[in-house]
Design a protein around this ligand. Structure first.
Ligand code: ZN
Length: 262
């Protein structure tokens, strides 16, 4: 019976491929289901939080959000179709974190800002979060949990009840269900492409992850939960740099051409 159910769900959900890396993924949730969950979750989460709605930091988050959203629309139009982007700044100086949900609802915690230090680095973190969404890592993660549940004999009804919590956890909110290392590396790569295409200096990634490593020694940081050491992460970043710099150089040239350079 369970085997039959599993086969049905795998057939319905099917296998898709992560952008850029081409890694095959098992995803048993439709795009619209995922977006609905993301939108509901955003409303609920921000209701409980203190939001910053003015000032230089708020303006910076809005500016980055706009550019990152435009770059995502340009680079991965199918993945973000129908998204209505929103970038909240949540007042919580203890949280060194940011997240993005399917549907384009994202948040940054004020505790992240002393670690990112500058706009380029914050853009790299925000684009990393958006990349998790573009590559559908939360849906993939929850699909794996569903398969595990079915194999373990958990009734489908119960699975539905916990579905939402699993998806939220999978996006780094609430229940601690970290992304896998593979997913984190994928988000680093895609995130850098997006940040560079948005006109942010990708070379800031290296000092950023070094600072993040130091911050992680004092308090738990989401970005480090399943990550390899900063050194191996930086080695990977250097490998992607030639292509990343191509995106960045194009973005800078474009900005100069439209007379919009800062
Ligand atoms: Zn991540």
């Amino acid at each position: 019976m369970y085997k039959f159910l599993l086969a049905t769900i795998v057939f319905v959900g099917g296998c898709s491929h992560a952008p850029e890396t081409g890694r095959s993924q098992l995803i048993m949730m439709s795009h619209s289901q995922e977006m609905r969950l993301g939108q509901d979750a955003f409303t609920e989460i921000v209701k409980e939080e203190k939001l910053v709605t003015s000032g230089a930091n708020y303006e910076m988050v809005q500016r980055i959000g706009e550019k990152v959203a435009l770059a995502s629309d340009r680079m991965y139009p199918n993945a973000v179709r129908g998204y209505q982007w929103k970038f909240a700044l949540i007042k919580d100086k203890e949280m060194v974190n940011a997240w993005a949900l399917p549907g384009g609802k994202c948040a940054v915690y004020t505790g992240l800002l002393p670690v990112t230090e500058n706009e380029d680095a914050l853009a790299i973190v925000m684009a990393h979060e958006v990349a998790h969404v573009i590559a559908r890592h939360g849906a993939e993660r929850s699909s794996r949990s569903m398969v595990a549940g079915i194999i373990a004999g958990v009734a489908m009804d119960e699975m539905n009840a916990t579905d939402r919590a699993i998806v939220l956890g999978a996006y780094g909110i609430g229940v601690a269900l970290p992304f896998s290392r593979t997913q984190e590396t994928e988000a680093d790569q895609l995130g850098l492409y997006i940040a560079a295409d948005a006109g942010y200096d990708p070379r800031e990634a290296i000092p950023l992850w070094q600072r993040m490593g130091k911050a992680g020694k004092k308090a738990p940081v989401e970005f480090l939960s399943t990550h390899p050491s900063s050194e191996s992460r930086i080695t990977k970043i250097q490998g992607w740099m030639p292509r990343v710099m191509m995106y960045y150089d194009n973005a800078v040239a474009h900005e100069a051409a439209v007379g919009n350079i800062q």
